[in-house]
Design a protein around this ligand. Structure first.
Ligand code: NAI
Length: 347
């Protein structure tokens, strides 16, 4: 394999199937020749049992120091007083943009072809600010917070991403016809930023119409930019266009750190049985490799994964096969090693 620098990356293996899919991904990245020193940390229920908190300081310090993390799924403890660990991590590290590329993969059944779009979701505010209260019995209020600062920075992220990745259009998704002030402000910010990116087309879609068009002609979309709630819903809808949550990666991006994560949960029903599909975490790891400047290795891992899927012999149960997590990882490792030293074209 071709040479490179050593990267130190924080690894949160996670709960349930997390340790199994993390082990598979670490093995595949090692086979790619990527020189990574992993700093392993607990979060979620495991961290609560061991350290008395779901988000230990040592974990946050590690990501701040390394600026990059890879995260398996986490169980948020049930009961009052526990906010989502994922939300906590994003807030603590200022990971303001959620990035989810969505595209078809050979051998993964889906209703559509030629889907190749990217969702950029604002990650810190909107109705997810968690500001709810009971006004009087029987009446509750939930505050939708949209700020110029957060809307502008996520818009800049979307346009910069589009330019850096050869994308041609950014589409803002909104409901400003009803929420004239809040979504109106989001649109104003996106429009302002778009003026600095005249090489990228800019347009807007109302969220309900966007949903209809996405399930009719998804191949027409490119980069989608949106506030938190629409982003949460549309990112799962879009995952469904190409085979579901098990086959898409995701990154939470900030100015000083990025955490790449599988978007599925801990799958307690299959945990510990060597049945989980590691693809979602692997897709996130491929995004991570690109983010740290290892585009050639990202391309090699992606090519190997695509080759194994296309051959159709080794597939986990969720994709209609009978293979184990380790068998799928083995097949990808063999493919990378068989391909040998020549750097592949970045995907
Ligand atoms: P889930 O995603 O864990 O499971 C839903 C279904 O998908 C299950 O049948 C499961 O077996 C299957 N599945 C999920 N990932 C798979 C994989 N990689 N390979 C094969 N099959 C897979 O969702 P659920 O059951 O709603 O949540 C379980 C736990 O996960 C909860 O504690 C929840 O809080 C947590 N969770 C964590 C997330 C995160 O850390 N990002 C996201 C979603 C849920």
């Amino acid at each position: 394999m071709w040479g490179g620098m050593t990267h130190t990356i924080t690894l949160i293996p996670g709960d349930g199937i997390g340790p199994e899919v993390s082990a598979a991904v670490v093995r595949i990245l090692t086979a790619s020749g990527a020189e990574i020193e992993w700093e392993r940390h607990d979060a979620g229920v495991v961290a609560l049992e061991r350290h008395g908190t779901t988000l230990p300081h040592a974990l946050l310090d590690s990501i701040e120091r390394n600026t990059v993390g890879l995260k398996g799924p986490l169980t948020t403890p049930i009961g009052s007083g526990f906010t989502s660990v994922n939300v906590g991590l994003r807030k603590a590290l200022g990971l303001y943009a959620n990035l989810r590329p969505v595209y078809n993969l050979p051998g993964v059944a889906s209703r559509f072809e030629h889907v190749d779009l990217v969702l950029v979701r604002e990650n810190t505010e909107d109705l997810y600010a968690g500001l709810e209260h009971e006004v009087v019995p029987g009446v509750v209020e939930s505050l939708k917070i949209i700020t110029e600062v957060a809307s502008t920075r996520v818009s800049k992220f979307a346009f910069a991403y589009a330019r850096a990745h050869g994308r041609r259009r950014v589409t803002s998704v909104h409901k400003a016809n009803i929420m004239k002030l809040s979504d109106g402000l989001f649109l104003d910010c996106a429009r302002n930023v778009s003026r600095d990116y005249l090489d990228i087309e800019y347009d807007e879609r109302i969220v309900d119409a966007a949903c209809m068009h996405l399930v009719m002609t998804p191949e027409k979309f490119d980069v989608l930019l949106m506030p938190n709630l629409y982003g949460d819903i549309l990112s799962d809808l879009c995952a469904g266009l190409v085979g579901g949550l098990g086959v898409v990666g995701s990154g939470n991006m900030g100015d000083n750190a990025a955490v790449f994560e599988a978007v599925h949960g801990t799958a307690p029903d299959i945990a510990g049985k060597n049945l989980a599909n590691p693809m979602a975490l692997l897709m996130s790891a491929i995004m991570m490799l690109r983010h740290i400047g290892e585009s050639e290795r990202a391309g090699a891992v992606r090519q190997a994964m695509v080759a194994v899927l296309a051959a159709g012999k080794v597939r986990t149960r969720d994709l209609g096969g009978t293979s184990t997590t380790t068998a799928f990882a083995d097949a990808i490792c063999h493919h990378i090693e068989y391909k040998g030293a020549a750097p592949s074209t970045p995907a």
